[in-house]
Design a protein around this ligand. Structure first.
Ligand SMILES: C[S@@+](CC[C@H](N)C(=O)[O-])C[C@H]1O[C@@H](n2cnc3c(N)ncnc32)[C@H](O)[C@@H]1O
Length: 243
């Protein structure tokens, strides 16, 4: 059966409400990356630490001063904080002087330096790893990868595999290892707290691809009788190490 032009909706013309909604959605999808970039900027500037140190609320002027930023950037910081509040990284309330006061949320408490935040694992390294240009550039190559024969978008963007990159770029390797260690420490804290019994009775354990050994160290601290080892590439730390 053939669809007539009217039945298929062709030529019918969309209502302006529907068109506007579609364009709004398109803009939202197109500009989504700014959420991630705003988060990265907050971590790089140390905004969560500044709010934590000042606590519990910080005004815009106090924030600018504690970050040693020029007052000429205040209107831009207000916009950045508005975005970060919208994405629930911070909350905003009117303070007693009528200005805006920013506070941490449970999410941004994860971005406060571990030493300042009662030992809760700080996730800054993870954010900075995932939003590192080396990672982001490979996403720019997705369509080229679909059309071509390379193994991954990463190799299209960088001309080498991921582990070759960590081998050849010590700074990226450092950032990556730090990010992975952040993630592992966070997960191991939760795992050992709630499911630590899975390690009871073990004599030895090997973490294959265990990075700088965060997970193995956490197990070893909680269960000193378990002999823990890590098998890694040369750039991780050593090829093989154990406790
Ligand atoms: C996703 S990371 C895991 C990081 C780890 N969980 C941590 O806490 O840091 C994967 C790890 O596997 C390692 N790796 C990749 N290929 C490997 C191989 N052939 N043999 C041993 N380790 C390898 C990488 O160097 C990297 O550290």
């Amino acid at each position: 059966m053939e669809l007539t032009a009217a039945a298929s909706g062709e030529g019918k013309g969309r209502g302006s409400d529907e068109l506007l909604q579609s364009q709004t959605l398109l803009w939202s999808r197109t500009f989504n990356y700014i959420d991630s970039m705003a988060l990265k900027c907050a971590v790089e500037l140390g905004i969560p630490d500044a709010i934590h140190s000042h606590g519990p609320h910080i005004t815009l002027a106090e924030l600018m001063s504690s970050l040693s930023l020029s007052p000429t950037k205040t209107p831009h910081m207000r916009r950045l904080m508005r975005m970060l509040t919208h994405s629930r990284i911070f909350t905003c309330s009117q303070n007693c002087n009528g200005g805006e006061g920013y506070s941490l949320t449970p999410l941004s408490e994860l971005l406060v330096d571990r030493n300042k935040n009662k030992g809760t694992s700080c996730q800054n390294g993870f954010v900075l790893t995932v939003l590192h240009p080396v990672f982001l550039n490979s996403f720019q190559s997705m369509s080229d990868w679909f059309r071509g024969n390379e193994d991954t978008p990463f190799s299209v963007a960088h001309g080498c595999g991921f582990w070759d990159m960590t081998d050849r770029d010590p700074e990226f390797n450092r950032v990556f290892n730090e990010g992975m260690a952040c993630d592992a420490q966070f997960l191991m804290d939760a795992l050992l707290k709630d499911c630590g019994h899975v390690f009871q009775g073990l004599e030895s354990l090997m973490d294959v691809g265990g990075g700088t050994g965060s997970a193995a160290i956490a197990v070893s601290k909680a269960f000193p009788e378990v002999k823990c080892s890590v098998l890694e590439l040369q750039q991780g730390r050593n090829r093989f190490y154990s406790w």
